[in-house]
Design a protein around this ligand. Structure first.
Ligand SMILES: [Cu+2]
Length: 162
């Protein structure tokens, strides 16, 4: 009979190595997209939609394909285009995020639209947003963002008719 002292330890190390690999792959995916300066426009009582804005930078070609928030029934991706001298808003399926390019979501341009907001959003509070990003290869990952609510005034974002 042979006593194999080395084997169980080796197996345990192999399992540990696989776990570490899986962990770092997930970390890389999460790091592949960074978001800065996220904010949501404050609402007034009775207002059910609000724009959300931020700067998004992907390290590799990707696309923002969905967003959600616990404060709204749904979150849409919108673009604004000039149509006969009138700014019009249109929902888009996804927003391309070219590698190493900061895509700005801002009033008057691409933005996220919180639809059927469940309560008033007050300046200074934070609103969680969950973004779903799809890599070129099709793998999806999600990203949690805490957007600051700001009482931004002025134009730049047309009112949404419901
Ligand atoms: Cu919109």
């Amino acid at each position: 009979m042979q006593i194999q002292t080395g084997k169980p330890g080796q197996r345990a190390r192999a399992v540990a190595a696989v776990l570490v690999l899986a962990w770092s792959a997930a970390a890389i995916a999460a790091d592949a997209v960074s978001v800065s300066n996220p904010w949501v426009r404050a609402t007034v009582p009775g207002q059910s939609v609000a724009g959300a804005y931020m700067d998004i930078t992907a390290k590799a070609n990707a696309a923002l394909v969905a967003a959600e928030s616990p404060v709204a029934a749904k979150v849409e991706l919108h673009t604004m285009t000039m149509d006969g001298g009138v700014m019009k808003m249109r929902a888009i399926e996804k927003l391309e995020l070219p590698a190493n390019t900061t895509v700005s979501l801002r009033p008057g341009g691409y933005h996220m639209m919180l639809i059927d907001i469940k309560r008033e959003l007050k300046a200074g509070e934070r609103v969680p947003l969950k973004l779903t990003v799809q890599e070129r290869k099709g793998a999806k990952s999600t990203l949690q963002v805490n957007a600051e609510v700001r009482a931004a005034t002025g134009s730049g974002h047309m009112r949404h008719e419901k």
